[in-house]
Design a protein around this ligand. Structure first.
Ligand SMILES: [Zn+2]
Length: 366
C-alpha cells in the first residue's frame, strides 16, 4: 500500500524521542514494570536488519503477524531492479521471492521491459515503521506500474526516481495516455499464478480492465480495487506449506468483480475525508501482545551471517535450516567468480562472493 512521506517524517521524530526516553529509563534502572509487552511491535521489527536463519514460516495474518526464514531478492537481476533500497524491505517468504523472479521473466517475455520492485517485507516481517498495514508475513509485494528503464540505476536514482501516477485523482479514472496493453498483460500474468490470491489495484485500474479485457476474463476475479495502488500494484500469495498458523484470507467472489462492488468506488462515499485523521493506525499501536506469540521467538532467533547469505539466487526454493556448524570439514569457499552460483544454493549456506553489491546497513528511517 501507499507510502506516506509526511507522516513518516513526523513518526520517525517521535520514534527517536521514544527510543531516547526508553534508553534513559534503562540507564537509570527505572523500568520497574516489564516493558516488553508494551513495546511497540513496529519498533522491534523495524529494527531487524536480517531474517531468521530458520525454516521459512509465516505466523498470523497479512496485517498482524511476522515470518521466519525470509530471503532477499537480489538488488538487481536480468529482469528486475529493487527500488528504495534504503528501506530494507526486499525480504519475503522464499516462495514469494521465487514468484517475483518468475513474474519478472514472464513479464519480459510478454513485452514488459522488466520489474521495478517496491516494498516486499522487513527481514522478519511484522508491522512497519511507515506505510503499509499488511506486508507483515512475507506474502505481499508491491510492483511498480512504471516500466524498468533500460539502464541499471544507481542507489541514489532508486531512492529518488518517481513512480508514474496512473490515475486521475479527481475522476479516479486511469489516464488513458499512460495505460498500455503491456500494463494489462503484466497484471494478467501476475493473476495467472495459482498461488496469487489477490492483486490490489486502484479502482480506476480495475475499471479500465473491466472495460477493455476481451476473451478470458476469469483472472479479473483476483484483481481487487483498493485505495492507493495508483503507482504500483500489490501482489498477495496464499499461506504456504509449512506455516500451520498462517491465517488465510477469504476467497474472492467467483465473478469478475466488475459490477456493483466496483460501482461503489465511483460514488462519493469511499472518498469522503477521514473524520478522524489523527486516530492512530493499527500498526502504530500494535504491541507484541497483539501479534502471534511465535513472533517473540522470531525476534529472538539467530540470523544469517550477512544479507548476502540470505539472498535468493534462483533455482529451487531454498529451505533454510538453522543449526550448529556441520562437523565435517566444510568445503573451502570457492574463489570469487561473479555470477557463478549453484543453482539451488541454500539460502544460509556460505555462498561465493557475488558481483551484486552487498546491501548497505539501513540508514535511519526518513
Ligand atoms: Zn502493498
Amino acid at each position: 500500500m501507499r507510502f506516506m512521506k509526511s507522516s513518516a517524517r513526523s513518526l520517525s521524530g517521535r520514534n527517536a524521542l521514544l527510543a531516547a526516553a526508553l534508553g534513559l529509563f534503562a540507564l537509570a534502572g527505572l523500568t520497574a514494570q516489564p516493558a516488553m509487552a508494551e513495546e511497540r511491535a513496529k519498533d522491534l521489527f523495524g529494527a531487524e536488519k536480517l531474517p531468521t536463519a530458520t525454516a521459512p514460516q509465516s505466523f498470523g495474518f497479512y496485517s498482524k503477524g511476522c515470518f521466519a526464514g525470509g530471503v532477499a531478492i537480489p538488488m538487481d537481476g536480468p529482469t528486475w531492479q529493487v527500488m528504495r533500497p534504503s528501506r530494507n524491505r526486499r525480504w519475503g517468504h522464499p516462495a514469494m521471492i521465487a514468484l517475483i523472479e518468475r513474474l519478472s521473466r514472464d513479464a519480459v517475455a510478454d513485452g514488459w521491459p522488466g520489474l521495478l520492485i517496491g516494498d516486499i517485507a522487513q527481514p522478519r516481517g511484522g508491522p512497519m515503521l511507515t506505510g503499509h498495514a499488511s506486508h507483515q508475513i512475507g506474502l505481499d509485494a508491491d510492483i511498480w506500474l512504471t516500466p524498468m528503464p533500460d539502464r541499471t540505476m544507481t542507489r541514489a536514482q532508486r531512492e529518488s526516481m518517481s513512480a508514474t501516477l496512473m490515475v486521475d485523482e479527481k475522476t479516479h479514472l486511469v489516464k488513458d495516455a499512460l495505460w498500455t496493453p503491456q500494463h494489462t498483460a503484466l497484471l494478467k500474468r501476475a493473476a495467472s499464478y495459482p498461488q496469487v490470491e489477490r492483486i490490489l489495484v486502484n479502482p480506476g485500474i480495475k475499471k479500465k480492465l473491466c472495460d477493455t479485457v476481451k476473451g478470458d476474463r476469469t483472472w479479473l476475479r483476483k484483481i481487487r480495487p483498493f485505495w492507493g495502488h495508483d503507482y504500483h500494484f500489490h501482489m498477495r500469495i496464499g499461506c504456504q506449506p509449512g506455516s500451520p498458523t498462517c491465517k488465510g484470507q477469504e476467497a474472492t467472489p467467483d465473478d469478475d468483480g466488475c459490477g456493483k462492488p466496483l460501482a461503489w468506488w465511483f460514488t462519493e462515499e469511499p472518498w469522503r475525508p477521514n473524520k478522524n485523521p489523527d486516530a492512530p493506525k493499527a500498526r502504530d499501536v500494535m504491541t507484541m501482545a497483539n501479534l502471534p506469540k511465535e513472533c517473540r521467538a522470531v525476534l529472538d532467533a539467530p540470523g544469517p551471517p550477512s544479507a548476502e547469505a540470505a539472498t535468493y539466487h534462483g533455482g529451487a526454493v531454498p529451505v533454510a535450516v538453522a543449526g550448529p556448524e556441520p562437523e565435517t570439514p566444510s568445503q573451502p569457499t570457492a574463489p570469487a567468480s561473479d555470477g557463478d552460483l549453484p543453482g539451488a544454493a541454500n539460502a544460509f549456506a556460505a555462498t561465493p562472493r557475488m558481483g551484486a553489491p552487498v546491501p548497505r546497513p539501513r540508514p535511519p528511517v526518513n
